[in-house]
Unconditional design. Structure first.
Length: 441
């Protein structure tokens, strides 16, 4: 097994304890440095990146708590573990006051040491995650939306250019990529944020109701129209109307939308009197509108009116560098909601998350983390992931295989995983045992 990358500095004037600590920690794959005095420790700290400090208290010359205090000032991010021989209440209090992350009482077992070290690193990881999220959110008009990839940067750049004007915007992107969030970010970070944001899912309104829902109607316009009623346009006055799944708007609505965009006025159903409207329209689609234009399902002139500004939200698999931060944010959100604390993620889980192709994009990532937090009893581990993530195939880049070969390799992999248990393997592959037997032949 490869060495972990964490460096641990051990400080104790007792050589035997130093040796013992080193032996234990090395067997846990940590890299260790030894110092017999605070003075020596300071030299090492100056030249080496130390991830954890473990120090004794009682030492000739300078004592360990002074070292912890010094490290607290100069290396605030580094967790500090104190080994104490006197577990009195006063002593413990003094240790914590010095800024130590935790303490360990002598004599300790290897298991106790391991737990203390893991806890210290866990706390540090959580602090780092919190800090990374906070840094990403700092100074943002809409901190709910996070990301650090170049693609994400581009989107936030466009948002800052459009948020304060009423140019019409079309947002393209696969399902679950965050189109609605982008629309909300534009509205709520801009200067019209105090006016309404009205979100309408065009696909959810029956075609025969679309016109009256969008533009309102006047009394007597149709049977049952007993009074004048506002539509979404009137409701969004002064603010933003978000038209989700614009590709599903009826052709009649499209014609009126075009007029609303061109003339900045609308007409209620049953009325002849146009009304002025002052709103920004943001439309979104996961459909190929150009294909819809070809098929005469979408008006070409409307398309060009809508795309004054176009924002393409790329799928998660094309901006994988956003995954760690997003995962951290969902861990925080659901950890606090379900477990009252921030859980960690095992490195193996992180690797799986980064490798997966995320057909459901960020919404799927959120669901996976939510579920994992509920299933986990501490750090989120591979066992807490849904089956389809656990057994995903690793595609060797550039080294593509014919389907038959791939199938063979994959079946073998599943069998290795199930330790040769064919019933279990058939279950994972979702084929019956007989099919599996045939394939194995
Ligand atoms: N950058 C982001 N930061 C944090 N959360 C995000 C981000 N992008 C998307 N999400 C979350 O992912 C989920 C899906 O986002 P949203 O509803 O905006 O996607 P969508 O593109 O509108 O999907 P659909 O096409 O299915 O309507 C939401 O819960 C949203 O909060
Ligand atoms: Mg949506």
């Amino acid at each position: 097994m490869a060495l972990r990358k964490e460096n641990i500095l051990l400080v104790d004037d007792d050589i035997d304890i130093l040796e013992l600590l080193q032996r234990h920690l090395q067997s846990m794959q940590y890299h260790t440095y030894k110092a017999v005095s605070v003075k020596e420790a300071l030299y090492i700290l100056k030249d080496t990146k130390i991830d954890l400090l473990i120090t004794d208290i009682q030492m000739p010359e300078v004592d360990g708590l002074k070292l912890v205090k010094f490290a607290g000032e100069h290396y605030p991010e580094m967790p500090k573990l104190v080994i104490t021989g006197y577990p009195s209440v006063d002593g413990a209090l003094e240790v914590i006051k010095s800024g130590a992350t935790d303490y360990l009482t002598k004599p300790f077992t290897k298991e106790e040491l391991k737990q203390a070290v893991q806890k210290a690193f866990g706390q540090e990881r959580k602090r780092n995650i919190e800090k990374r999220i906070a840094d990403n959110q700092k100074g943002k008009g809409y901190p709910e939306m996070i990301g650090e990839s170049e693609a994400f940067q581009k989107i936030t750049d466009i948002i800052s250019r459009v948020k304060d004007n009423k140019a019409t915007i079309l947002i393209n992107g696969e399902s679950g990529t965050g189109k609605e969030l982008v629309a909300r970010a534009i509205h709520y970070s801009g200067k019209f944020s105090r006016s309404p944001f009205v979100a309408v899912n065009c696909g959810a309104i029956p075609e025969n109701l679309q016109e009256s829902e969008f533009f309102g109607y006047v009394k007597g316009a149709f049977t049952g129209a007993n009074e004048n009623r506002n539509g979404f346009f009137q409701a969004a006055e002064g603010g933003t109307l978000f038209l989700d799944e614009i590709g599903t708007a009826s052709l009649a609505v499209q014609t009126k939308l075009l007029r609303a965009l061109q003339e900045k006025e609308i007409t209620r159903v049953g009325s002849r009197k146009p009304e002025k409207v002052d709103i920004r329209i943001i439309a979104a689609t996961n459909q190929d509108l150009l294909a819809a234009i070809e098929n005469k399902k979408f008006r070409e002139d409307l398309f060009y009116r809508l795309t004054v500004v176009e924002i393409n939200v790329p799928p998660l698999r094309m901006r994988k560098s956003d995954i760690p931060l997003l995962a951290a944010m969902f861990l925080k959100k659901y950890g606090v909601e379900y477990k009252d604390r921030l859980l960690g993620l095992s490195p193996e889980v992180m690797r799986i998350l980064e490798r997966y192709h995320w057909p459901g994009n960020i919404r799927e990532l959120e669901n996976v983390i939510q579920r994992a937090v509920i299933m986990s009893d501490g750090t989120v581990d591979v066992k807490d992931l849904p089956e389809n993530l656990k057994y995903q195939i690793e595609f060797p880049e550039g080294d593509l295989l014919p389907l038959r070969e791939m199938e063979k390799e994959y079946i073998q992999r599943v069998l290795v995983h199930t330790k040769g248990n064919k019933t279990k393997a058939a279950e994972i592959l979702q084929i019956d045992r007989k099919t599996l037997r045939d394939k194995l032949k």
